[in-house]
Design a protein around this ligand. Structure first.
Ligand code: FAD
Length: 434
């Protein structure tokens, strides 16, 4: 643990501190308050706001052969057999299902349902005209998977001034696999100029704007069975926006993810930020943990930014969800890879020369991508001998070792499942204290 130079007085205390506001931190905070645990959550912006909003469970296994997984549940069972150190292997399949379904139910009751296919993974069109394998998709994207499955003729719309998204490029990229796509460029209601997806989505929350958009699209519909738009169908009122456009056009309407930052990821972030505090999570969003030390009673005392007026939070236990290099949970330098907050042991290649294979696109993936914090069966970070470093510290999400979520296509699924496992173990620890 780092030791803070300053010792500010203790402002707040809680049973469980969740560190991180990416998918793992948000899911952990949700699972914790759902169990009635007194929870504080702290974190800066996580990858969730940059992500596509698709929820992958497992898309590829084995990665070395690049084999697509049709049924992610069956795939996870095989993965755990083949890679017993993978974080999924710390949980049984029924627990992973429970974690996943519990979070999807939360999205549904929060007004932002996700569609889960009956037959396993589904495929979604990407903004560069390729197909992505995923599992749960926001309801706004569901008709796209349906249309692709049936090879239905579709109108693909893009907009003057929207960078990084071209309906023509998507149609050209899919010409061999989905040839009946008709691209068209329109002016977004409100006029020309540079467009940003977040502003467009917020604009479409207003009924008058979506009416104007439907009027602009209508003349181009001839012979199509559905209409694909960049993912901008509202920020908070996606159900209304999609329903209004569908009734205005008389056809299914679907979203295609855009480049980062994606509105579907931003919607998830906003959903969590708005729903968790009323459920009981005490948020310290946009705050950073600067240091942590063990208090005399065995708990932890966190020093939280800003540095000139730091706050101190006491917790009986914590779940570390600080992500990898992007989230700043891990840091790499000449000496190796470090865990940034507690100084935990990091499972990593023996030297820098072994971080990467020579071939950038090596199908095995680079060893550095599997570096991270190793955990025991209770998701407690462990030392080189497999012993827990602290009895009251748990970890979840992409910081965990022995997984390669980008290649295995399991980013959000892994974050959700391991958050559930870590919170469940933390709850058992806390119960013993009372
Ligand atoms: C561009 C992009 C596209 C993606 N697309 C998909 C997709 O299609 N499907 C899918 O399933 N997944 C996708 N993902 C993956 C997914 O969003 C996350 O990577 C994954 O869920 C892991 O999240 P995490 O919470 O472990 O880490 P992160 O999201 O990195 O969150 C780490 C958090 O820890 C906080 N933190 C770090 N240090 C501190 C500190 N000292 N004090 C306080 N807070 C701290 C950070 O501020 C951040 O909030 C995508 C990710 C990206 C970047």
């Amino acid at each position: 643990m780092n030791v803070s130079g300053k010792q500010p007085s203790c402002d707040l205390s809680c049973d469980l501190m969740i560190i991180g506001t990416g998918m793992a931190g948000m899911a952990a905070a949700f699972f914790a308050v759902r169990q009635g645990i007194d929870t504080i959550q702290v974190g800066l912006t996580g990858e969730i706001g940059f992500a596509s909003g698709l929820i992958d469970l497992l898309g590829v296994h084995p990665v070395v052969q690049g084999t697509p997984v049709d049924d992610p549940w069956e795939g996870i069972v095989r993965l755990c057999r083949d890679e017993p150190h993978h974080p999924y292997a710390r949980l049984d399949i029924e627990t992973i299902r429970t974690a996943f379904q519990t979070l999807l139910d939360f999205f549904e009751t929060s007004g932002y349902p996700h569609a889960v296919p009956q037959r396993g993974n589904q495929r979604i069109v990407t903004p560069v005209g390729t197909l992505k394998t995923t599992y749960a998709v926001p309801h706004t994207m569901q008709a796209g998977a349906w249309a692709l499955d049936r090879q239905a003729p579709c109108l693909l719309v893009d907009f003057d001034g929207l960078k990084g998204y071209s309906a023509h490029q998507i149609a050209a990229g899919l010409a061999d696999r989905w040839p009946v796509l008709k691209p068209v460029r329109l002016v977004f209601p409100g006029g020309r100029g540079e467009l940003y997806v977040e502003h467009m989505a917020r604009a479409l929350d207003a009924p008058a704007v979506r009416q104007q958009l439907a009027d602009a699209i209508r003349p181009h519909l001839g012979g199509v069975a559905a209409v694909g738009l960049p993912a901008v169908l509202g920020m908070y009122r996606t159900r209304e926006v999609q329903a209004d456009l569908q009734s205005g056009l008389g056809l299914p309407v679907f979203e295609i993810p855009t480049m980062v930052p994606g509105v579907a990821g931003l919607r998830l972030r906003e959903l969590f930020e708005q729903r968790l505090p009323p459920m009981g999570v005490r948020p310290l969003f946009q705050h950073r943990v600067l240091a942590v030390r063990r208090s005399k009673d065995g708990g932890m005392a966190f020093t939280i930014a800003p540095e000139d007026a730091p706050r101190r939070v006491k917790a009986r236990a914590a779940v570390l969800c600080t992500g990898r290099f992007f989230g700043k949970g891990l840091q790499a330098d000449r000496g190796g890879i470090r865990e940034t907050l507690f100084g935990l042991p990091v499972a990593q290649p023996k030297d820098r020369a072994s971080w990467h294979h020579k071939d950038l696109l090596d199908l095995q993936g680079h060893p550095i991508n599997r570096a991270g914090v190793g955990v025991d069966a209770d998701f407690r970070p462990v030392d080189a001998k497999g012993r827990p470093v602290h009895d009251n510290l748990f970890a979840a999400g992409s910081i965990l070792a022995h997984q390669d979520w980008i290649r295995q296509k399991c980013g959000s699924g892994l974050a959700i499942a391991t958050a559930y496992g870590a919170v469940r173990a933390a709850a058992r620890f806390l119960q013993k204290l009372y």
